[in-house]
Ligand binder design. Structure first.
Ligand code: 5GP
Length: 120
């Protein structure tokens, strides 16, 4: 588990393709790839290619509004590509008490099974 110390994370190596991943969607600003430890039949991570201070959602500033919207819309594209548009969940863990483990903002797109509410 990383700390939010501004250091590079494993996601930088995924963006640069030094570490392989199964890419589901990519554009100039956003990368979406399958989670290595899936918590549902579909589990995709959606990340900004340029972290720009967004180690966690809790650090977001006004200037991040555009990329935050792009990430949310990319989640919908991922859900459609993965065939779960009928029902899916988007989760952002922000900070240690939310169990964030990689300090590069990411949206989890989960689906393909009945989800439970409330989450643990
Ligand atoms: P967090 O707990 O920070 O919200 O989520 C981090 C996610 O990144 C976890 O679900 C974990 O399985 C995933 N992850 C960590 N390292 C890698 C990796 O090297 N490749 C991929 N595809 N996913 C990773």
């Amino acid at each position: 588990i990383d700390a939010d110390n501004g250091a590079p994370t494993i996601f930088d190596k995924i963006i640069s393709k030094e570490i392989p991943s199964t890419i589901v969607y990519e554009d100039d600003k956003v990368l979406a790839f399958k989670d290595v430890n899936p918590q549902a039949p579909v589990h995709v991570l959606v990340i900004p290619k340029f972290r720009d201070g967004l180690t966690q959602l809790g650090k977001a500033e006004q200037r991040h509004g555009e990329i935050l919207g792009q990430l949310l819309y990319a989640s919908r594209i991922v859900a459609e590509k993965e065939g779960i548009l009928e029902g899916f969940r988007v989760v952002i863990n922000s900070g240690p008490s939310a169990c964030q483990s990689v300090y590069h903002l990411h949206l989890h797109v989960l689906g393909g099974r009945q989800m439970q509410w409330p989450p643990g």
